[in-house]
Unconditional design. Structure first.
Length: 706
């Protein structure tokens, strides 16, 4: 009771202080360092991801990090850790190649993984690599090699003390011995794996073991029992959405129902398997579906239809070099050709099937091939060979192979289920005994529980109060820090806007504007002079009015620029023109920009570009919006002398003036959009003619929409 109390206090304390953790992907994004922690996160993501095209990218990064760090790492512990992840990455890459039917490449990568795992005594990795090599050989139809590597994998799985690894190796061994016709060992290994998977609550492992047991009863021609095991697998695979295993089970159910003469059910299962195999473009499973179609129509006496499907299956099995399944299909083709009286072709198929069955060491296939060969030779009046193959078929005793093995299988599974039931009964008896003892202590326990929860409530209240106060202080500190940052940013923006205001009404502009107006009075054009004086007054008032605002509409900006350019036009008489255009994508009254960003750029174009230009002078301003509608694009173009000549004139005049207005604009743009570099916000370029002469300047401003 004392230990229980301590545990519950700790549990509730942790419950109060616990915080939700981010997903593996978010952790990976927040940990860009290429170290062992990133390797760990990458491996977790790879294990959780089912899409091959996604997890292989993470695996490539895992492999690269491990290889790069191994070259420079001197710490032995860290070096071994990187070697472990390198071994894992080669294993993963091998699985990717195996998925794409590249068996030799897969085996080569698995061997690399095994070599690294052995060098650091990473037994789990060694067992996994050997198990995968065995699986690759199984896919390639080399069952003897598969057995050799699975036995080695079993040795390392025991050394690793990893129950999951051991359970999967055991069920794989059971699968192999089942293919070899050794039902005694097949049952032994599967029944050793089954309780391990149940304790681990490993649905995938339970599915594999039930499938293996179903295969064993298939070999005994007990199709009803095998169907029950396959239906258990079907439930698990639909739940896990494991399409590859689902196809395998559907094919097995189709086969079992064929032997039970349930042809409609067999077709339903096989149709679903065929559809999924076609979607996944899995040739091995597709060939099995073709074979099942052949078996269905063979049993339904639709021989020609059966033959066409068997030929399709045969072509694929030859392509993927699956001798085990190829021998089964060729036995069927030999039987069909025998019925069609094509004895020469039937004999060729029968002999080839028998030879393959000997290589795969699968007794039932040897027996079936020998039987059809005996019939073919007998029909050819070759009684010697007919007797020879009939004797071979008889030697493989059907009674011993099926009946005794079936008895072993039934006894073993019955014993396992009985032991499970006895264990459950024993556990229930113990539970009832404990309940009786607890009932006697009911009153005492009730008081203890009340006392315990009172203590828990008090402790929880104290801890929660401290936690709440701590969080409150943290929130206040964060708010204070954010407020300080906000005030600093606002101060910086205000200073930038003040600089911009100073730059707009610089003495140069005022002097030029008033001088132009004065000249109109001197020449007697009082009407024009008064009109322009009104423009100047209006422009001055507008600039002062908008300078205090954070944003103005495009239409207001265009109006200010127009008044300003009308004043500047007086200086150049008739050889100066201007244009201001707005894209149809912009709503002039809706879209807004910070005030007085464009006028200094236009003024620079006139002062440095057009003032020294001979002949016609033109400046144009165009407003547009980018495709994401997040920035306005303002382009100011002139046909002046260009930046280089302007700089040369400036140097000759010994001018040390810095463009204050330009600096202020750049600073304002940076403050408006801190995510972009200045080079992205303001760009300057010379306009070059076809004769490679500079004939103007273009300035592009990228203004965030406010």
């Amino acid at each position: 009771m004392k230990h229980w109390l301590v545990f519950m206090v700790l549990f509730f304390s942790q419950l109060l202080l616990a915080q939700s953790t981010n997903s593996d992907l978010i952790q990976l994004q927040n940990h860009p360092q290429k170290d062992t922690t990133r390797c760990f996160l990458l491996n977790k993501i790879i294990e959780a991801e089912n899409n091959n095209s996604i997890w292989i990218k993470y695996n490539n990064e895992l492999q690269k990090i491990a290889q790069e760090n191994l070259k420079k790492e001197k710490n032995k512990t860290l070096k071994n850790t990187y070697l472990k992840y390198l071994s894992i990455s080669f294993n993963n890459e091998g699985a990717f190649q195996l998925y794409n039917d590249q068996y030799e490449k897969a085996i080569s990568l698995y061997r690399k993984s095994l070599q690294i795992a052995n060098s650091i005594q990473y037994y789990y990795g060694s067992a996994l690599a050997l198990q995968n090599i065995g699986t690759a050989f199984d896919y390639a139809g080399k069952i003897d090699s598969t057995l050799v590597y699975m036995k080695k994998a079993y040795h390392y799985a025991v050394l690793s003390k990893n129950k999951t690894s051991l359970a999967y190796v055991l069920t794989d061994l059971g699968y192999i011995y089942n293919n070899l016709g050794n039902n005694h060992l097949a049952i032994k290994y599967n029944l050793q794996a089954l309780p391990l998977f149940e304790k681990l609550n490993d649905l995938e492992g339970l599915e594999r073991t039930n499938f293996a047991l179903g295969r064993i009863f298939d070999n005994q021609n007990d199709w009803k029992t095998s169907t029950n095991y396959y239906l258990k697998c079907l439930t698990i695979d639909r739940k896990n959405n494991n399409k590859e295993r689902l196809i395998l089970i559907l094919n097995s159910l189709a086969t079992a129902n064929i032997h039970l003469n349930q042809f409609n059910k067999a077709l339903d299962f096989n149709n679903e398997a065929f559809q999924l195999s076609s979607q996944m473009n899995n040739e091995d499973l597709l060939a099995t579906s073709y074979k099942n179609y052949g078996d269905i129509y063979f049993e339904k006496k639709e021989i020609d239809k059966a033959k066409s499907y068997y030929l399709k299956a045969e072509a694929i099995y030859k392509k993927i070099k699956s001798n085990l399944h190829l021998s089964k299909v060729q036995i069927k083709l030999a039987s069909i050709l025998f019925k069609q009286n094509q004895l020469k072709k039937a004999k060729a198929y029968g002999l080839n099937a028998y030879e393959l069955a000997q290589k795969t060491n699968f007794p039932s296939d040897q027996k079936n091939a020998a039987e059809i060969l005996s019939q073919i030779f007998f029909k050819e009046n070759d009684f010697k060979n007919a007797y020879k193959y009939q004797s071979i078929a008889s030697d493989i005793s059907e009674k011993i192979y099926f009946d005794e093995s079936k008895d072993i299988a039934l006894k073993a599974t019955y014993q396992y289920e009985t032991e499970k039931k006895e264990a459950a009964i024993k556990a229930l008896h113990q539970k009832n005994r404990i309940a009786e003892l607890e009932s006697k202590k009911k009153t005492t326990t009730l008081y203890l529980v009340i006392l315990f929860f009172t203590g828990i409530a008090t402790t929880s209240y104290v801890l929660f109060s401290r936690f709440k106060e701590k969080k409150k202080n943290e929130i206040l500190q964060n708010q204070l820090a954010e407020t300080e940052k906000l005030l600093a940013a606002e101060k910086k923006v205000t200073e930038s806007e003040l600089k911009a205001l100073k730059s707009q009404m610089n003495p140069h502009f005022i002097f030029n504007a008033l001088n132009s107006i004065q000249m109109q009075f001197m020449y007697g054009d009082k009407l024009t002079a008064n009109e322009q004086l009104n423009n100047f007054t209006y422009l001055t008032r507008q600039i002062l009015e908008v300078s205090g605002k954070k944003s103005i509409s495009i239409s207001d900006e265009v109006e200010i620029l127009t008044k300003y350019l009308e004043l500047e036009q007086l200086r150049f008489q008739k050889d100066f023109t201007y244009s201001i255009t707005v894209s149809e994508n912009i709503d002039e009254d809706y879209h807004k920009i910070p005030p007085m960003l464009i006028q200094p750029i236009v003024e620079n174009s006139i002062k440095h570009g057009l003032l020294h230009q001979k002949g016609d002078k033109n400046v144009s301003v165009h407003f547009d919006i980018d495709q994401h509608e997040t920035h306005l694009i303002c382009t100011v173009t002139d046909n002046g002398i260009g930046r280089q000549k302007s700089a040369e004139i400036k140097a000759k005049n010994h001018s040390i003036h810095n463009s204050f207005s330009t600096q202020a604009i750049e600073q304002r743009l940076e403050l408006l959009n801190e995510k972009l570099q200045l080079s992205d916000l303001v760009t300057y370029s010379d306009l070059v003619s076809s004769e490679n002469e500079i004939n103007g300047t273009k300035v592009v401003l990228k203004i965030p929409i406010v």
